[in-house]
Design a protein. Structure first.
Length: 285
């Protein structure tokens, strides 16, 4: 299907965007349903987020996704923010409704869907989240909503982890702990059944950098989830496999958050299986 004058344009705002597989995934979905739409990556730096959001209106884009480092910084520039996204404090999907820009967070339900697909129910489980940025916020709120027994947030900046914990407690009555990413990790992991890396450590093109923890720090009761999807098996997941832990890449969350964004934009049921197939094929090239 060629691009025409009536083709609806969607996109991804972030820095970097070169590694993203969202264009492959979303364009596969548009083509599968025969929709006259195209999805493009746009390099947008933090300082330009206001101008970029204005461009969504000016260029009549149908909507965009947001990735690092824009998910939290975009909120002041939107006309409307979904209640869940407002609680989380991060938006990863914008829908342009006749010039009115509405923000959503599909990361949180996308993460829960990926856990469900992997056969893991967070209800009653203790969890550890590495990081306190936009992805960590979405995951923590998703786990609280999913009935997690306790959530420990570890970050290099403990102050940022404390802010996330306070926001989480204001929305949900879930026991929440905070700590330093290095010094408090061993204690936090002892009673945990889910570990989530929500930092960019290990993401392409820095995929050869040392993981945040090694196999001797892990135990077999853990499901180790890395939100990074490129590479498919990060150094962290290699360590998890060596420790005989169950592990989960970020592909599931990528696909499900993208599928939910697709549905918000088009009103159509997303072809999630085809979207996942396209992502996996691209990663294995």
């Amino acid at each position: 299907m060629g691009i025409k004058g009536m083709t609806k344009v969607y996109g991804l705002f972030g820095d970097p965007v070169e590694h993203s597989l969202s264009p492959i995934m979303q364009n596969t979905a548009f083509q599968a349903l025969g929709l006259d739409c195209v999805y493009l990556p746009f390099l947008v730096q933090s300082k330009d987020i206001g101008s970029a959001v204005q461009a969504v209106r000016a260029l009549h884009l149908g909507g965009v996704n947001l990735t690092i480092p824009l998910k939290e910084r975009v909120l002041p520039y939107l006309d409307e923010v979904e209640k869940e996204a407002e609680f989380i404090g991060a938006v990863n999907t914008i829908v342009n409704r006749n010039g009115r820009l509405c923000g959503y967070n599909t990361d949180a339900p996308g993460f829960l869907a990926s856990l469900k697909a992997a056969g893991f129910n967070p209800s009653g489980k203790n969890t550890v989240i590495l990081g306190a940025g936009g992805a960590a916020r979405a995951v923590s709120f998703a786990l609280a909503q999913g009935g997690a027994a306790g959530i420990n947030i570890l970050n290099r900046s403990v102050e940022k982890a404390e802010k996330l914990a306070q926001d989480l407690k204001a929305a949900y009555q879930v026991p929440t702990g905070v700590g330093d990413l290095s010094s408090d990790l061993a204690a936090a992991l002892k009673g945990a059944e889910l570990l989530v890396n929500a930092t960019p450590v290990g993401m392409y093109p820095n995929h050869t950098s040392a993981p945040l923890l090694t196999r001797n720090q892990l135990h077999q009761r853990l499901l180790v989830c890395d939100l990074i999807y490129n590479p498919l098996q990060t150094r962290l997941l290699e360590e998890a496999e060596a420790a005989n832990c169950r592990f989960l890449s970020g592909v599931g969350m990528l696909v499900w958050q993208g599928a939910l964004a697709f549905q918000l934009w088009t009103g159509e049921k997303p072809p999630a299986a085809l979207m996942e197939e396209a992502v996996l094929k691209a990663l294995k090239r």
